[in-house]
Design a protein around this ligand. Structure first.
Ligand SMILES: C[S@@+](CC[C@H](N)C(=O)[O-])C[C@H]1O[C@@H](n2cnc3c(N)ncnc32)[C@H](O)[C@@H]1O
Length: 229
């Protein structure tokens, strides 16, 4: 699918947008994990579960410049990266020459069935038109080994002010486009994405929603799931 002229137009747009902004994006995320305790916490839980399950490769799908791939390796998880954008992959390889980074799309992974002990999709599914997300979740399920773990991070939709005022955390099960700085993106109701994960066969173990940090506009969500019924 990557570089494939028949790939949907949005795939080319996303790839091009990240290629053009690769150096700026790398600077933007530099050191970010050091000041992101929830990110580190969720990655730690994921890593602990993967390590407990024994050996096997872990894919960081939509790895960008490789910071999460490197962090997972530092946590003892043998992660490699996959991304659409060759310019980001070139930076990833330069920054982390000991790790492996491959070009590819989450819509059609060049990976065998049941081949991964874990996979992370860290703010990368956000660029996919929502109607194609169920197929991606099927693809993630296909490549994950039995009892393998999946961790997703993404921007959450808002809980309406009226619901907050009534102290009912009633978040509509919506998905909506937002003006991401790089290219078109979508934020999801965590409940809705969790439902789609279940539809694809995953068991969802945890859903965390946190308030935005000062440099963020939206609540942020994490879903931890596994290929297990
Ligand atoms: C917001 S960045 C996140 C990068 C990295 N996960 C991080 O947190 O630093 C989104 C990344 O997803 C990649 N991406 C978008 N759509 C993709 C797809 N269909 N398959 C693989 N990677 C994709 C982009 O190229 C970009 O590197």
């Amino acid at each position: 699918m990557v570089g494939n002229p028949s790939a949907p137009a949005d795939v080319h747009t996303t790839r091009q947008a990240y290629n053009e902004i690769a150096a700026v994006y790398t600077e933007f995320v530099k050191g970010h994990l050091d000041t992101a305790p929830f990110d580190r916490a969720m990655l730690s839980v994921f890593a602990e579960r993967v390590r407990a399950g024994g050996s096997g490769p872990v894919a960081d799908i939509g790895c960008g410049e490789g910071r999460i791939t490197a962090h997972l390796n530092a946590l003892g998880v043998p992660a490699f990266g996959i991304d659409l954008a060759p310019e980001l992959l070139a930076i990833a390889r330069q920054q982390y020459p000991e790790l492996s980074f491959d070009e590819g799309s989450m819509e059609q992974l060049a990976l065998d069935d049941d081949s991964l002990a874990g996979l992370v999709v860290w703010y990368s599914m956000i660029h996919l038109p929502p109607e194609r997300v169920p197929n991606v979740l099927n693809e993630l399920y296909r490549v994950l080994a039995w009892e393998g773990h999946a961790l997703l991070a993404f921007q959450a939709t808002d809980v309406p002010a009226a619901a907050l005022a009534s102290r009912e955390c009633a978040r509509p099960h919506t998905v909506e486009a937002f003006d991401h700085k790089v290219t078109r993106a979508y934020r999801w109701s965590p409940e809705r994405l969790a439902g789609l994960l279940r539809d694809a066969g995953f068991m969802v173990h945890a859903q965390l929603v946190r308030e935005p940090e000062p440099d963020e506009r939206f609540q942020q969500a994490y879903l931890l799931a596994s290929k297990l019924r």
